[in-house]
Design a protein around this ligand. Structure first.
Ligand SMILES: *[C@@H]1O[C@H](CO)[C@@H](O)[C@H](O)[C@H]1NC(C)=O
Ligand SMILES: *[C@@H]1O[C@H](CO)[C@@H](O)[C@H](O)[C@H]1NC(C)=O
Ligand SMILES: *[C@@H]1O[C@H](CO)[C@@H](O)[C@H](O)[C@H]1NC(C)=O
Ligand SMILES: *[C@@H]1O[C@H](CO)[C@@H](O)[C@H](O)[C@H]1NC(C)=O
Ligand SMILES: *[C@@H]1O[C@H](CO)[C@@H](O)[C@H](O)[C@H]1NC(C)=O
Ligand SMILES: *[C@@H]1O[C@H](CO)[C@@H](O)[C@H](O)[C@H]1NC(C)=O
Length: 365
């Protein structure tokens, strides 16, 4: 099934190679160290669990004991073994979350292709709602209360390039870490949400982000424009897990800090959890999930088999959820380009119709 133009496919391949080039750590295994956080325990019911309760630290531990135990783990680790604590935050409520609740499945399959409905604006790159800003500011109050208990502060901060994440990070950590000059968050492309299919996941250009976030830095080679977004294809779970793995390799091989904050999205969060061996949790907006992650390097250089459940890369298949309402024509990619028609189908249900048209004569097909 092909609906990407060759030029677009080349752009995607180039970017994916860039991700791969940095991933020097594939001969390593990741796992979650149990016993620290309630969220990693299968017996904790996530539906009733509330991260506001001490971020889920087990009741038999204080934050200073926790910090000491992590430091001890690293100090006593065998050669090739290391531990990091990732405080993973999902962004607070954005307008696309409100629109998604309002329209249900029709949002992902239809309305998400537009910027808004005249009532709400959800794309590209939606803002936080007033409630979302309050959620993030409330997280700041929560963290400040933990600091009194010797909570180990993140030593490094990473953000997705979407403003809902950078804003959430800013409102949560501004007076704790940003205004004081304690840290400068770094924006990383790999932390973006599921690539493709819907304007909420089309990002702004770098110049805009630089102006809006003077307290943030950008990773090396951060692209000016969003070269990954595709309106008609969506990244798969395998792609997300692969990116999660890339992120872990990146922080474990390039970041010296042990306590790290990342603020990103629900989807890539599942990718990171899966790559880290954490049970995959659907996080509520603004929630924070601490993960104690162990990395074991394979010193004999034998590559470890990684189960990516499919082809790595952010462009493997079309959107399965909406597949029933999308018609594709299968063509060799060199011959195909796409035309998108948005409109209600005959049953009155909103659908996205994707029509593939031939732009070259099929002499070699
Ligand atoms: C603390 O409680 C957790 C969860 O019940 C348990 O897994 C862990 O072993 C306990 N740790 C200690 C030191 O007792
Ligand atoms: C938690 O549940 C998952 C899925 O059922 C299972 O694969 C895993 O082994 C369980 N973990 C523990 C520590 O029991
Ligand atoms: C506008 O959006 C809100 C949700 O933010 C919804 O409750 C309301 O019904 C919408 N109004 C119209 C006219 O669609
Ligand atoms: C705000 O934080 C407090 C304490 O951390 C928590 O109990 C409360 O539920 C939070 N409120 C909202 C709206 O998130
Ligand atoms: C960052 O947070 C501070 C403190 O809440 C606020 O004054 C500032 O406007 C925020 N910056 C952005 C870009 O939202
Ligand atoms: C970014 O995209 C804009 C609009 O498509 C284009 O004019 C500009 O040349 C692009 N910039 C870079 C650096 O690719």
């Amino acid at each position: 099934m092909v609906s990407l133009s060759t030029a677009l496919l080349l752009t995607l391949s180039t970017t994916v190679s860039a991700f791969k080039a940095g991933a020097s750590g594939h001969a390593a295994k990741y796992s979650i160290v149990p016993g620290f956080f309630k969220q990693s325990d299968n017996n904790t019911n996530v539906k009733t669990f509330d991260y506001h309760d001490n971020l889920g630290l087990n009741d038999n531990l204080t934050w200073s004991e926790f910090k000491q135990q992590i430091e001890d783990l690293n100090a006593n680790a065998e050669l090739g073994v290391s531990y990091k604590v990732l405080y993973y935050g999902r962004h607070a409520e954005g307008w696309h979350n409100v629109a998604n609740d309002f329209y249900g499945d029709a949002f992902e399959c239809y309305y998400g292709q537009f910027d808004g409905d005249g009532n709400m604006t959800w794309g590209p790159d939606p803002n936080l709602t007033p409630k979302g800003i309050e959620q993030a500011k409330n997280n700041s109050v929560l963290i400040k209360s933990l600091i009194k208990d010797d909570f180990p502060l993140p030593q490094a901060f990473y953000s997705s390039p979407f403003t809902r994440c950078a804003d959430t990070l800013n409102y949560t950590w501004y007076d704790i870490a940003l205004a004081t000059g304690y840290a400068r968050p770094v924006i990383k492309e790999v932390l973006r949400e599921v690539i493709g299919f819907g304007t909420p996941d089309l990002r702004r250009d770098r110049a805009y982000l630089e102006e809006r976030y003077p307290d943030f830095d950008f990773e090396a080679n951060f692209q000016f424009n969003d070269t990954l977004y595709t309106p008609d294809w969506s990244e798969t779970y395998a792609g997300l897990k692969w990116r999660g793995r890339f992120f872990l390799d990146d922080i474990f091989t390039t970041e010296e800090s042990t306590f790290i904050s990342a603020t990103a999205h629900g989807g890539i969060g599942i990718g990171i959890m899966s790559a880290a061996g954490h049970r995959p949790l659907v996080m509520s907006t603004a929630s924070i999930l601490p993960m104690v992650i162990k990395r074991e390097e394979r010193l004999d250089f034998t590559p470890v088999q990684i189960d990516l459940e499919g082809t790595p890369g952010p462009f493997s298949t079309s959107v399965t959820k909406c597949a029933a309402s999308i018609s594709y024509t299968t063509l060799p990619e060199s011959l195909a380009s796409t035309v998108y028609t948005l409109g209600p189908d005959t049953t009155g249900l909103p659908v996205v119709t994707v029509t593939t048209v031939v732009t070259a004569s099929p002499t070699s097909a």
